[in-house]
Design a protein around this ligand. Structure first.
Ligand code: FES
Length: 376
């Protein structure tokens, strides 16, 4: 077995770790409890840099935790925690004349166990449920109401009106997703580690397919032709639940960034924004900007807005006036008309001619600077 000299032993004092190159491969070196060991640097999950992970005593030894999504490996054996059959490549280490050398080939090969993700198969294979003729309209209500205390929501009421009209007038198939009924985790910002750490479907969904966002991904990306999102205005912004969902949709936009793959094609979005006071246009602008980045198309006049002005602190009259409003009744229908009209047109668009003009990794001004610790 050939050994490659990688560094002086003073460069790896006790309680430290380091990433080194063995030819084209990167190896994570560890020096803990007086022992030096080496395992492949690229995590078996998505190639996160194990040499940057935290090392701690747990289970039956010393383990490194991948900084991307938390997979763990025993630093002396390369094995996953007890009960998991995954095995990271393990290298032999020698110290000769004060220098650390690592075997050119692993002495234990890597093995990645097949992880069953049949629940996510449709998402992984992008099995779209739309067709040339389909008219699937998804309503997403982002208001946060307690199921213990049902009460009237202006945004959700307008959304219900729009969906009922779509069924009556166009024979559409409709679905309502109420975010408050889905239990889903907050985005944990894996993207901030590396763009490839933000995966499709989201890494959180991959770890727990029963996370509520699975429903949103399936309905929005695979099923819907038209998506109508309703939100109340909370302190001049869309609802907290809206943002919680939007953050978890980073994995949709990120497919453009890392794979040049647009998941949302030939889909229309419109919005319902209601508040007691104002800021409708700013909320609409933010929502449009985000949804256009996902690939959605908007009709002209694509949102219904409701507010009563800056001094309208007499909120007890808000619902009363909303219920009487002819404007709401008319507009809840008209945003559907506009969306259906535009959908008919965009179904004919050849998406091959539409460019996703989002920055790719390769557009970065620092793209040619190597990050020596990364595996991809
Ligand atoms: S846990 Fe290592 S890359 Fe995901």
């Amino acid at each position: 077995m050939n050994f490659i000299r990688v560094c002086h032993k003073d460069e790896l004092p006790d309680n430290s770790q380091k990433i080194v190159n063995i030819g084209k491969k990167k190896v994570a070196l560890f020096h803990f409890n007086g022992k030096i060991s080496a395992i492949a640097n690229a995590c078996l999950h998505k190639a996160g840099p194990l040499g940057l992970g935290e090392v701690a005593a747990k289970y039956d030894g010393m383990y490194v935790t991948c900084p991307w999504h938390g997979w763990e490996y025993n630093i002396e054996t390369g094995s996953a925690p007890p009960g998991f059959p995954d095995q990271q490549a393990l290298y032999e280490v020698k110290i000769e004349s004060e220098f650390i050398s690592v075997s050119e080939e692993p002495i234990v090969k890597a093995h990645r166990e097949h992880h069953n993700n049949s629940l996510l198969e449709d998402l992984l294979k992008l099995k779209y449920q739309t067709s040339e003729k389909s008219l699937n309209i998804l309503g997403i209500s982002t208001t946060n109401l307690s199921s213990q205390l049902p009460r009237f929501s202006t945004s959700e009421d307008a959304l219900e009106k729009s969906l009922s009209y779509a069924v009556e007038k166009y024979g559409a198939t409709t679905k309502m997703v109420k975010l408050r009924d889905l239990e889903f985790k907050n985005c944990e910002g894996y993207y901030s580690q590396h763009s490839h750490a933000c995966t499709w479907p989201c890494s959180i969904t991959e770890m727990n397919p029963e996370d509520g966002m699975t429903e949103v991904y399936e309905s929005m990306i695979l099923w819907a032709d038209i998506v109508i999102v309703s939100t109340p205005i909370r302190w001049g912004n869309a609802s907290a639940l809206y943002y919680k969902m939007a953050e978890r949709l980073n994995c949709v936009q990120n497919q453009i960034t890392i794979n040049n793959k647009v998941l949302v094609k030939n889909k229309v979005a419109s919005f319902i924004i209601t508040g007691g006071q104002d800021n409708i246009q700013q909320v609409a602008g933010q929502m449009m900007c985000f949804f256009t980045d996902l690939g959605f198309t908007f009709p002209p006049f694509s949102f219904l807005g409701w507010s009563r002005g800056w001094t309208s602190e007499d909120m007890d009259k808000n619902v009363m006036q909303f219920k009487k409003s002819e404007y709401i009744k008319r507009t809840a229908n008209e945003i559907v008309d506009n969306a259906v009209e535009v959908l008919k047109q965009i179904k004919k668009i050849d998406n091959g001619n539409i460019h996703a003009i989002k920055p790719k990794r390769s557009d970065s001004l620092s793209f040619d600077i190597e990050n020596k610790d990364m595996n991809i």
